[in-house]
Design a protein around this ligand. Structure first.
Ligand code: S3P
Length: 436
């Protein structure tokens, strides 16, 4: 797909539903009793993979794609059926890692796989804690990646899974997918399960499980869940995804004369690192109409073109902006001085190696950027020019370069640009509507 220099951006935009929350609403709805009605559900390919997996396990799910509303007929903690086939999560790491926690408590074995990218992503990070909880889980190719088999009935009767062991897991990574996997398995444990992480990752699982009736206690970076709650289906209105809003925040800040209102954006403090970082860089971002939506804070963001300066981004803020680092790297190219991004090795194990892919592509466009072991260093202010950019089929890379192209001289050609379908199918249309 070809992109050209354009702008300014003006007007209002409604952001589609949060990917993390949409996944969780289907998963927790499926193991709750009764009906869960989800509005503003993200119709991205990743969330559709979650719906398909639960349909394969006998859960009735009605998806009105045009209205972005989904109804899940939950069957309780033990109501899933053995799927006839292998569960395929496509490109979705969240589906794979979270569903594994739930499958560990069922009374049937199951094989999980996904696309080429996900078959390279590390799954030992969930296999280790699930193994400690007593789950028999094996990578089929012995490489700690998918495909893998979860056999909760291993060594026991094939009609009843034994209870998992409640553990205290000290996670070596600040990962919401790992934390959520262990907490969901904790629903099926013999006693309370605790997860401590090195820095606080997104807490949507904790907030949603509580809304459905589970008992959880969070103290700093440690959360404990009690087993065997009665989860009750409910209504969930999914906030707009701040990770999708991030591309428009960036465009509003870097394209001269822009002023936009990004409506209904989730600003959960475990996700709002992009707002904090941009403000430290000098960004003009105003939060208006702040409300609470089922425990999740939501606001409109009013963003206008700003003079930005480079900063250091490191430490505990990293998990709260981990998916936004590619677009922050683009923003840093338009800031005065040096931006240093540290403590972000997790970027290497996302849908692509996001350090290498950002550095290669931004360098090709003329940016002054180098990769480091745990991040990147950008010296802002060098003009960008169009070139061929390889998205590596990573949605967040494609969207980042669509924004960079607005400020690049000449044509930017993004390979596999359609991969935005994973998290934001209407992205290019929505962007075009804001451009004057
Ligand atoms: C997610 C957690 C993050 C994030 C991913 C979604 C989630 O991954 O990068 O896009 O919904 O829990 P990690 O837990 O691997 O950091």
């Amino acid at each position: 797909m070809i992109f050209n220099k354009k702008g300014p951006l003006k007007g209002d935009i409604n952001i589609p539903g949060d990917k993390s929350i949409s996944h969780r609403a289907v998963m927790i709805g499926a193991i709750a009793n009764g009906t869960t009605e989800i509005t503003n559900f993200l119709q991205g390919a990743d969330c559709l993979s979650t719906i398909n997996c639960f349909r394969q396990m006998g859960i009735d799910i009605f998806n009105d794609t045009a209205a972005a509303s989904v109804i899940v007929k939950g069957k309780g903690l033990h109501g899933l059926n053995k799927p006839k086939d292998v569960l395929d999560v496509g490109n979705s790491g969240t589906t794979m890692r979270l569903i594994s926690g739930i499958l560990s408590g069922q009374n049937f074995p199951v094989t999980i796989t996904g696309d080429e990218s996900i078959q390279k992503r590390p799954m030992d990070r969930i296999m280790t804690p699930l193994g400690k909880m007593g789950v028999d889980i094996k990578s089929i190719h012995g490489n700690d990646c998918a495909p893998f088999i979860i056999n909760p009935t291993y060594g026991h009767s094939h009609t009843q899974a034994t209870k998992l062991k409640g553990i205290h897991y000290n996670s070596p990574v600040a990962s919401a997918q790992v934390k959520s996997c262990v907490l969901l398995a904790g629903l099926y444990a013999d006693k309370a399960t605790t997860v401590t992480e090195p820095a606080l990752s997104r807490n949507h699982t904790e907030l949603m499980l509580k809304e459905f009736g589970a008992s959880l206690l969070t103290k700093g970076n440690t959360v404990t869940i009690d087993p065997a709650p009665v989860l009750t289906g409910r209504k969930i209105n999914v906030p707009g995804d701040i990770s999708s809003a991030a591309y428009f925040i960036a465009a509003g800040l870097i394209v001269p004369n822009s002023e936009i209102r990004i409506k209904n954006v989730g600003i959960n403090p475990t996700r709002d690192g992009i707002i904090k970082v941009c403000k430290s860089m000098g960004a003009k971002i105003r939060l208006e109409n702040i409300i609470d939506q089922g425990g999740e804070p939501v606001a409109d963001l009013v963003v206008s073109h700003s003079e930005l300066k480079g900063i250091e981004i490191s430490g505990h803020i990293i998990p709260s902006l981990i998916d936004e680092i590619p677009i922050i790297a683009v923003i840093a190219c338009f800031a005065k001085g040096k931006t240093v991004i540290k403590d972000a090795t997790e970027l290497k194990v996302k849908e692509s190696n996001r350090i290498d892919v950002m550095v290669d592509n931004l360098s090709a466009m003329g940016a002054d950027i180098i990769a480091t072991d745990d991040g990147m260093i950008i010296n802002g202010g060098k003009p960008l020019h169009g070139t061929v950019v390889d998205s590596k089929y990573d949605h967040r890379i494609a969207m980042s370069f669509a924004i960079a192209s607005l400020m690049a001289d000449g044509e930017t050609k993004i390979k596999d640009a359609e991969c935005v379908n994973i998290s934001y199918p209407e992205f290019y249309k929505d962007l075009e509507e804001l451009i004057q």
